[in-house]
Ligand binder design. Structure first.
Ligand SMILES: NC(=O)c1ccc[n+]([C@@H]2O[C@H](COP(=O)([O-])OP(=O)(O)OC[C@H]3O[C@@H](n4cnc5c(N)ncnc54)[C@H](O)[C@@H]3O)[C@@H](O)[C@H]2O)c1
Length: 254
């Protein structure tokens, strides 16, 4: 889809990592970027650095999502793009050193990563369905962030892999349902990227992770994620797909 300068783009998890890199690129492309994050202070700081507009929202909370959707449309107008990056990856074993995994752990990851992405998707779709279509009948693009853990989750990733598998699973039916409205739905499944989460790990851990990545044998750069998101936005023929972005990494059990 050819976006007009100033088109409204929603990015969740925009205050850090993959979301922040995407906000930066979209902003450079002249879009009006709504940087949505639960971390209000970080959202305001990053948004002011890159010329985005900060919005505070906890995507796992229905009332918070409903309120921010209304606020976004009131302040910026209807969106052309939603990029879901908000997510958490806390590991936990089913039977760990401290005993049985609390069911709340599993529920939390599903609620943030999967329900949060779906909830943002439904509000974005509602408002996108109302914008003027372009020459090819296109109104908008929705991209969610899955993970290679959706396909080969490691030990300790049952909850995370289930949440990301849910994103892969909902992508095609959502694309089919929203096709008559001119809204495309895709997902990106990143391998291992150098975000603040990874930067906090020791050089040794980073090198060990990188050594399992065939080519290029290094962690992904958030800018590479942002470039793929932008390509998906621009390329009308990518629809209903989850694209792996992983340097041919296939994760081992641990
Ligand atoms: N970094 C990687 O290697 C990698 C690999 C595969 C998938 N992913 C996925 O990519 C996405 C972004 O990861 P990242 O590495 O940039 O993480 P990050 O921790 O750097 O950024 C995540 C952002 O999401 C926000 N967030 C978390 N929970 C939220 C909530 N309930 N409501 C609103 N905002 C919330 C955080 O405040 C943070 O700003 C996640 O969904 C993650 O699972 C990352």
């Amino acid at each position: 889809m050819e976006l007009q300068g100033n088109s409204v783009v929603w990015v969740t998890g925009g205050a850090s990592g993959l979301g922040a890199a995407s906000c930066k690129l979209f902003s450079k492309k002249g879009m009006r970027v709504a940087l949505i994050d639960q971390n209000k202070e970080a959202a305001e700081r990053v948004a002011s650095e890159i010329g985005a507009i900060p919005f505070c929202c906890d995507v796992s909370d229905n009332a918070s999502v409903e309120a921010v959707a209304l606020d976004l449309v009131t302040k910026l107008g209807k969106p052309r793009v939603l990029l879901n990056c908000a997510g958490v990856a806390t590991p936990a074993k089913i039977i760990g050193k401290k005993g049985l995994m609390p069911i709340e752990h599993f529920e939390r990851l599903i609620q943030i990563n999967l329900v949060g992405s779906f909830n943002m998707m439904r509000w974005a779709a509602l408002h996108m369905s109302d914008v003027e279509p372009d020459d090819e009948g296109q109104r908008g693009v929705i991209i969610s962030t899955a993970s290679v853990a959706a396909y080969e989750g490691q030990i300790g990733q049952t909850a995370y892999a289930a949440s990301k598998g849910g994103i892969v699973g909902m992508t095609l039916p959502a694309a089919r349902e929203l096709a008559p409205l001119g809204i495309r739905v895709n997902a990106i499944a990143p391998g291992v990227f150098m975000t603040p989460l990874m930067a906090a790990m020791s050089e040794e851990v980073q090198q060990s992770l990188a050594s399992n990545i065939p080519n290029p044998s290094r962690l992904g750069n958030p800018d590479e994620f942002a470039k793929l998101a932008w390509h998906i936005i621009e390329n009308n023929y990518i629809n209903g797909e989850t694209i792996r972005l992983d340097g041919a990494l296939r994760m081992q059990p641990k």
